[in-house]
Design a protein around this ligand. Structure first.
Ligand SMILES: [Zn+2]
Length: 215
């Protein structure tokens, strides 16, 4: 596995402030959602969609093997999907949870997804990192469904998930966000393993050195 900073030079200082962000969901994501079906009443089908997106995302070069789906858990209606876009956008915050929640909030017209007046679930192919922990908490979702938790993702992929608190799930529950885990856990680990077995990927944790590590 190759660990490095981006090789392209940063824009020179004094080039002027950036006034807009260009965050585009790759068109193949919509293709995958349509192929899976935009109404998925079975939670395993919703997770299967997230896993399919995660598995394809790193092959497409958009970012890491992470994806998220925003849905109505009572009907299975898919409101939005997101994938990790850190490499595609050059933005460190573009984790799958953030992109999926942002596209859902844009589509539903509110920064507070609970304002939709119906339950909203975020389906992710692993426990959120420390940044996405906050992003999920402030999003207005009422349910978080994950494939699993634990340090396997770090072991298999090399990504640093940050200093998560041990009671992270209880903190969600205290705020009315139901946490459900171990949905297609083995399948999720297989996606991470496939990613980790590549020898040409960039692990983009900023504080990592630019040294190359063994595959
Ligand atoms: Zn994250």
């Amino acid at each position: 596995m190759t660990t490095s900073h981006p090789t392209e030079p940063l824009a020179p200082a004094g080039a002027g402030l950036v006034a807009a962000l260009d965050i585009v969901l790759p068109p193949w994501v919509d293709d995958e959602v349509r192929a899976a079906g935009t109404v998925l009443p079975d939670v395993e089908d919703r997770m299967r969609l997230a896993l399919r997106l995660a598995a394809r995302n790193h092959l497409e070069g958009s970012g890491g093997p992470f994806a998220a789906v925003v849905a109505d858990p009572t009907t299975g209606q898919i409101h939005a999907a997101g994938v990790n876009l850190v490499l595609a956008t050059g933005l460190s915050t573009m984790h799958a949870e953030v992109t999926a929640l942002s596209f859902a909030q844009t589509r539903l017209g509110s920064w507070d997804l609970s304002a939709a007046g119906r339950p909203i679930e975020l389906v992710v192919n692993w426990r959120p990192c420390v940044m996405c922990y906050g992003a999920v908490m402030w999003s207005g979702v009422q349910a978080l469904t994950i494939a699993g938790e634990g340090n396997e993702v770090e072991t298999l992929t090399g990504f640093d998930e940050g200093p998560m608190r041990d009671d992270w799930a209880q903190q969600f529950e205290h705020r009315g966000i139901t946490v459900r885990t171990d949905i297609l856990r083995d399948e999720a680990l297989a996606v991470f393993a496939e990613y980790g077995n590549r020898n040409d990927v960039v692990v983009y944790n900023a504080r990592r050195s630019s040294t190359t590590t063994a595959p």
